[in-house]
Write a protein that binds this ligand. Sequence first.
Ligand SMILES: C=C(OP(=O)(O)O)C(=O)O
Ligand SMILES: [Mg+2]
Length: 548
Amino acid sequence: MPDTVLTGIGVCPGTVAGPLLRIAAAPALPAPTTVTDIEAEVARAGAALTEVVAELGRRADRAADATVAEVLRSEALMAGDEELRDGVRELIEAGHDAPHAIDGAFATFREIFAAAGGYLAERVADLDDLRDRAVALLLGLPMPGVPSPGHRYVLAARDLAPADTADLDPAQVIALVTEIGGPTSHTAILARALGLPAVVACAGVLAVPDGARVLVDGATGRVATGVDDVEVKAAIEASARLTAAASGLTGPGRTSDGYAVKLLANVGSARNVPAADEAHAEGIGLFRTELLFLDRATEPGHGEQVADYRDVFRAMAGRRVVIRTLDAGADKPLPFLNQEGEPNPALGVRGLRVARQRPEVLTTQLAAIAEARAETGADVWVMAPMVSTVAEASAFAAAVHEAGLPRAGVMIEVPAAALRAADLLRVVDFLSIGTNDLSQYTFAADRMCGPLADLLDPWQPALLQLIGLCGEAGRAAGRPVGVCGEAAADPLLAPVLVGLGVTSLSMSPRALPAVRAALSTRTAEDCRRLAALAVAAPGPAEAREAAG
Ligand SMILES: C=C(OP(=O)(O)O)C(=O)O
Ligand SMILES: [Mg+2]
């Protein structure tokens, strides 16, 4: 029997066991000490900075992703800067010890960067990271950030930010467990992208001592300590059997009695298409086009957009590609749209709403999509994010058709749109439910807000009820209704979504085999029964229990 079993939300299936290590916190500065040998103190500080540069170089060499390697190398350049070293020397000569001199010199740079604004201001977090690393080295404390002990381990953290995980080494990290975070948090998205078993919202995980062996089940959300070898072996074998059964199935998605449910992949660029193919995706259910627009001062031109879309369409020739027009604003700000100053960006001008102020951004994009489609054989469907009214949907469909594109749809991300799904289907060809945002707006809970993760649970009956309204409208109109938010990646929830009338599920390619396997064990009638039970449940835990 395990010593303790903690329970969180399983966001990426798989069972593994290993020692738990946590992300070390930034070091606190101790009380200042008196410096007796200035040159020795300068040398000590210099050696720490040199080691930080060397360590960043090693991490850059190891990084699988070229962009990550570039970021790490530019951090290394900052840590090696001569002016910074001069600043450290001056402070030591003025009587500060090495940790305080490093802290002071970085503080000066930090102020200059912050005041400069723009790109430099965005590098302030890198400066803080460098300072923390140099100070940790001087104080003999663990390096802040993701550990790199040279062996496999389970990474525990309060929550994971993209910066924490930029160069996370999947050869060492075998699972992720966070104390907060929800099904749509960065941890969940990263875990699915890397195929790492993961549990979020796992209260108490940070109380588990560093190095203690834990058994993590990313499907049920259980994290057990004090398990013996026999229990570990049995759990891992059971999970491996499930995975093997899932990977043995490769055909189109269907229930055990043959009801077809299209299984599609979410991609951000042509780089993700091989993974979608490996998972035998039947097409792309969400092509997020933001990637091309991020981190640049100006909008990509027509030719650049055509090339980007064409790469994905060509790779998918003959198959369905649902491409989403630019979803800028809120959690995806874009400098060229000048949206700063909105008091509440999640409720501001985002998604399709940008077309109210900048209609040419949409028409340029639609023209590029049309041209890329004409050059390839893909079955291109176009949809808009953040649609709330029939008038918006109707104007969008008109713009899509004007560009010569045959199929227009809208995402359901706002409760108003779900409530009027039947009306929307009178003016568009299909709906695609973005459960990440639909949860956020239904429960008035920021999708990145860890402490509210329970409200963002995709098993919330109110969310399921809204999905059911869309499914019902789709059935009545004979039009497709998909789910492309993170909820589609939950194998237990998949039959429930199908029972609610959803006709396609689109997800990170890694999640696809388990969802395919889960569907193959249920009849269409089972799905309807489980959906009714889940919607009728008083809360998400009971819904899971009733339909699990
Ligand atoms: C798929 C969705 O869109 P994104 O996560 O890109 O906002 C969603 O909101 O569920
Ligand atoms: Mg969304």
